[in-house]
Ligand binder design. Structure first.
Ligand code: C5P
Length: 280
């Protein structure tokens, strides 16, 4: 069985508080992209993971392995699965690659093992694995609250091109949130304007109201992100923002071919550049 694990971007991310459990209370709007990892599943006597295309451990600490193991433990399923990840989403990039893989494993094995779990059950298991996993189970566009695990679907936007640029380093999400806590005056994007734009399918409103509370933190650590933002803006993007905790920066375009043209303009040796599109 082949399951596609789609990347996401945050069109808006506002940190609205710190929780007693140390996590941050978020209001975020996430959108899945056509960019995806391939997750291949086959029945097998035990859980066995293999990873192609990335320097990523395939042991029990891998989120995809943990997803299979959690599903097996909670349902008492006696068999296993050979899980092969073909990675195309970069690691530690702010694109939820690991969460997307875990969500694909939950959905795929629920079918392959004939477990009959409902989406609601999968959501709860997903939230135990990571804050972005419930959204990745759902996909499309949604407002996510709490740690990010409370998902409210939103109406689909018109199609758009997306250019993704990741510098050669990755960042630790936990580290970015820790540093956020030391900011004297953190910025807060206006989610109500973004939600109005989304509900009106108003792409110029979406582009105008992009915002990310974590951007200043990662930008201060890595000024290269600011330069990438300027370069993307100069290709004619309608809006530019860092996704999640970074360091990937995305630009929005009227259509997918415009994103492909822009990718040709800013390709460099020392960065990952990928044209993609909204995926519903
Ligand atoms: O939930 P997930 O494992 O993806 O989160 C990674 C890290 O990011 C957490 O350990 C936590 O330090 C930080 N985080 C946070 N608040 C959130 C989501 C993540 O502080 N809402």
């Amino acid at each position: 069985m082949l399951v596609k694990a789609h990347a996401k971007i945050n069109l808006l991310l506002d940190v609205v508080g710190i929780r007693p459990d140390g996590y941050h209370e978020l209001k975020t709007v996430m959108q899945t992209l056509s960019l995806s990892d391939d997750v291949l599943l086959e029945t097998a006597p035990i859980i066995d993971l293999a990873v192609d295309g990335a320097n990523l451990t395939a042991g029990p600490e891998n989120l995809a392995y943990r997803a299979a193991d959690l599903l097996k433990q909670r349902t008492g399923y006696r068999g296993g699965a050979a899980v092969r990840l073909i990675k195309k989403i970069p690691l530690a990039a702010g694109l939820a690659g690991g969460s997307a893989d875990a969500a694909a494993v939950l959905r795929g094995l629920n079918k392959m093992w004939n477990l009959g779990l409902r989406m609601d059950d999968l959501f709860h298991l997903g939230a135990e694995l990571g804050s972005d996993v419930p959204f990745c189970l759902w996909g499309g566009i949604a407002m996510c609250q709490g740690r990010g695990e409370m998902v409210t679907p939103l109406p689909a936007l018109p199609s758009a091109g997306v250019l993704l640029v990741k510098p050669c380093f990755g960042v630790s999400t936990a580290d970015v949130y820790r540093r956020y806590d030391t900011l004297a005056k953190p910025g807060h994007p206006d989610i109500s304007k973004m939600l109005t734009a989304v509900k009106n399918a108003d792409m110029s409103g979406v582009a105008k109201n992009l915002g990310n509370s974590l951007e200043d933190v990662t930008l201060a650590l890595h000024p290269e992100i600011g330069l990438i933002k300027e370069e993307i803006a100069a290709t004619g993007a309608t809006g530019v923002l860092m996704s999640g905790s970074g360091p990937t920066v995305f630009g929005l375009y009227a259509d997918p071919p415009s994103a492909v043209r822009a990718s040709g303009m800013i390709k460099r040796e020392n960065r990952w550049v990928q044209a993609s599109a909204f995926y519903f």
